[in-house]
Design a protein around this ligand. Structure first.
Ligand code: C2E
Ligand code: CA
Ligand code: CA
Ligand code: CA
Length: 276
C-alpha cells in the first residue's frame, strides 16, 4: 500500500497523468483507506428560527496520507461505483451513532439530533434495515435522534420495496430527510408516497435566490410543498442573513450553512455548541 501511495503522490505532483490514471490511483488508494482508518466525520450545526442549535449533519472527509484532506465530492462517487461505499457507509453510520451516544450523556449536547447521509447503494442493500437497527442497538442511542438523509435517486427501485424498508425504520423512530430535493428527476406522485419527515432545500437554490427568479420560485415552492405534505423543511447552504430572511419569509425556519458554522471536527463542534 505504501508503494502504491508513493506512486500516486508522483502522479498528482506531476499533474500530467490522464484522468483515467488519477481515477485508477484514487480507486486503488480507496481500497486501503478503510482498513487504514483514513476517514473522519465532520459535523455541521443545524439551527432553528430562534438561532438555537437543534442538531448536526455528519459529513465524511478522507485524510489521504499524501494528498491531505480529500472532499467527499471527489471520492463518494468512486466508492459508490466500486461498492466500497458499503463498508464505508457502515463505518460512517457506526461512528455517527457512537458520537450521538456520547452527546446523549452530556447535558448541553443531549438534545442534538444527527443527520447521516445514506447513499443509494447502501439503501438498496438487502441487509440495510437490519444493519441500521443493529448499529442503533449497539450504540444504545435513541432512534428518534437519528435522521437518515436519502436522495431522490433511490426511486430507481421498486417504490413498494423502498416504502417497506423506510416504514420498518420509521416504526423504530428513525427519521428521513430528502436531500438535494428538486435537483433530481423523480416524480412528485412517487415522492408523496414515501414516509418522509423532512425536505431539504438544496444549496444550489439557496445560493441564487436573489439572482435567479427561478431558484427563488423553486425554493418557495419546496417550502409550500413541505407544508402541504406536513413535512418539516430545512435549507442548506445558508451563507447570508438575507438568504435566511428570504427563507423565513417563505416559511422555512430550519437552516444549515456557513452563516452559522462550517462543518467542524468533533472537538470544535462540541466547543461551538457549548458556547451557544
Ligand atoms: P450534501 O449532503 O448535500 O452536503 C452539503 C454540502 O454542502 C457539504 O459539502 C457541506 O460542507 C456543504 N455546505 C454546508 N454549508 C454550506 C454553505 O453555506 N455554502 C456552501 N457553498 N456549501 C455548504 P461536503 O461536506 O463537501 O459534502 C459534499 C457531498 O458529499 C454531500 O452533499 C453528500 O452528497 C456527500 N457526502 C458527504 N458526506 C457523506 C457521507 O457521510 N456519506 C455519503 N453517502 N455521502 C456524503
Ligand atoms: Ca446531506
Ligand atoms: Ca445538497
Ligand atoms: Ca449532495
Amino acid at each position: 500500500a505504501k508503494e502504491a501511495g508513493r506512486n500516486v503522490m508522483r502522479f498528482f505532483d506531476l499533474g500530467m497523468q490522464s484522468a483515467v490514471t488519477v481515477r485508477a490511483a484514487l480507486e486503488n488508494d480507496l481500497r486501503y483507506s478503510i482498513p487504514n482508518h483514513e476517514f473522519i466525520l465532520y459535523y455541521q450545526p443545524q439551527v432553528d428560527r430562534d438561532g438555537r442549535m437543534t442538531g448536526a449533519e455528519a459529513l465524511v472527509r478522507w485524510l489521504h496520507p499524501q494528498r491531505g484532506m480529500v472532499p467527499p465530492d471527489e471520492f463518494i462517487h468512486v466508492a459508490e461505483e466500486t461498492g466500497l461505499i458499503l463498508p464505508l457507509g457502515k463505518w460512517i453510520l457506526e461512528t455517527a451513532c457512537a458520537q450521538l451516544a456520547l452527546w446523549a450523556k452530556q447535558p448541553e449536547l443531549a438534545h442534538l439530533t444527527l443527520a447521516v447521509n445514506i447513499s443509494v447503494r447502501q439503501f438498496q442493500h438487502e441487509d440495510f434495515v437490519e444493519q441500521v437497527l443493529a448499529v442503533i442497538d449497539q450504540a444504545g442511542i435513541d432512534p428518534n435522534k437519528l435522521k437518515l438523509e436519502i436522495t431522490e435517486s433511490i426511486i430507481l427501485d421498486n417504490v413498494e420495496d423502498i416504502i417497506t424498508k423506510m416504514d420498518v425504520l420509521k416504526n423504530h423512530g428513525v427519521g428521513f430527510s430528502l436531500d438535494d430535493f428538486g435537483t433530481g428527476y423523480s416524480s412528485l406522485s412517487y415522492l408523496k408516497r414515501l414516509p418522509l419527515d423532512q425536505l431539504k432545500i438544496d444549496k444550489s437554490f439557496v445560493r441564487d435566490v436573489f439572482t435567479d427568479t427561478n431558484d427563488a420560485a423553486i425554493a418557495r415552492t419546496i417550502v409550500s410543498l413541505a407544508h402541504g405534505l406536513e413535512l418539516s423543511v430545512i435549507a442548506e447552504g445558508v451563507e447570508t442573513n438575507a438568504q435566511q430572511n428570504f427563507l423565513a419569509n417563505a416559511g422555512c425556519f430550519s437552516y444549515q450553512g456557513y452563516l452559522f458554522s462550517r462543518p467542524l471536527p468533533v472537538a470544535e463542534f462540541e466547543l461551538f455548541m457549548k458556547q451557544q
